[in-house]
Design a protein around this ligand. Structure first.
Ligand SMILES: [Zn+2]
Length: 314
């Protein structure tokens, strides 16, 4: 039997994380703050260090492949980064080739939303379903889609950018440059911006007393403590999520929608309102589609990309 060990690397705007994985089980994991300033060369050095650390004690021959997921858009058919808005100088970088040249192992490069969707489908909340939409609501709003028992890739592997359909004619500007995208309304960044404005309006309220920048997590904490302004912000966030999820439910007819990302830490505060919005807006047969929190926490992407490294070979 050939080895099942793979390495998963999750490159994010703030953290690079790596894990050595044995068929859905994390054997070792490490992370570092992303060296964003030095472009791909700086981050590749972090990859090599993290791989040394998570693979220590294992022979190279025991490693079957390496999977790397990153924010996109990226072309997973060529392993080339098209652009990473949060990281400078990655445009056109051939990430798959660079890692393969170093280790001479099969390397898979995938969008982080698609990788996390795969993780949740194989090992988390989507297990056993043939149709699933995954949405990660954090700094941005990304995701991935499983249809007919297969991970959807689309042209150049860029399918499932669920955050960038337009919800309104007017609205906040999105990280992609457009106006009124789902992400621009419902990401953790958008929630944090609304919370920042409320903090200034109510300097003596929960948000007004936060030291430093007000972020989505403060809204969740404040709502839990009973602060009315935070509760109203959470209701508004749930409204936007409900509208976006209703659109995704009509598009893909999933068995369920799985919500991950930092904002899903407050899932229990939002689930009732999300449900009510879907009930109000969805066509009859779609109303019953459940929305559930991710089952793997912040490991969805790592487990997903490590599993994808196992089943592809290029
Ligand atoms: Zn957008």
């Amino acid at each position: 039997m050939s080895s099942k060990l793979t390495v998963g690397i999750d490159l994010g705007g703030t953290q690079v994380r790596a894990a050595l994985v044995d068929n859905g089980r994390i054997l070792a994991r490490e992370s570092k703050p992303t060296n964003a300033n030095d472009g791909p060369e700086g981050v590749l050095k972090q990859f090599w260090m993290l791989m040394d650390e998570v693979c220590s004690g294992h022979r190279k021959a025991a490693i079957a492949g390496i999977g790397i997921c990153a924010p996109g858009p990226l072309d997973s058919t060529t392993g080339e980064i098209i652009e990473i808005p949060t990281l400078p100088r990655w445009e056109g970088f051939r990430l798959r080739d660079a890692v393969r040249d170093k280790f001479d192992l099969p390397v898979v490069v995938e969008n982080d939303g698609i990788a996390a969707a795969y993780g949740e489908w194989r090992f988390g909340s989507g297990r056993g379903h043939d149709h699933m939409v995954y949405a990660t609501v954090s700094t941005g709003l990304g995701g991935g889609v499983v249809v007919d028992g297969r991970l959807m890739h689309g042209r150049r592997g860029m399918g499932g950018h669920v955050g960038h359909f337009r919800m309104a004619e007017d609205g906040p500007r999105c990280s992609c440059g457009a106006i009124g995208c789902f992400e621009a309304f419902a990401s953790g960044t958008a929630l944090g911006n609304r919370a920042q404005a409320k903090a200034q309006e109510h300097p003596l309220g929960y948000l007004g007393r936060v030291t430093g920048d007000v972020a989505a997590r403060h809204v969740v904490e404040g709502a839990r403590s009973g602060d009315e302004v935070c509760r109203a912000l959470i209701d508004e966030e749930a409204e936007y999520l409900g509208i976006g999820f209703t659109g995704l439910i009509h598009l893909f007819s999933p068995d369920l929608v799985v919500m991950g990302g930092g904002v899903s830490q407050g899932f229990e505060l939002m689930s009732e309102r999300i449900r009510a919005v879907i009930d109000r807006n969805a066509m009859g047969p779609f109303k019953s589609v459940p929305v559930v929190p991710a089952g793997l926490g912040d490991s969805s992407g790592l487990l997903g990309i490590a599993a994808l490294a196992q089943c592809r070979d290029d």
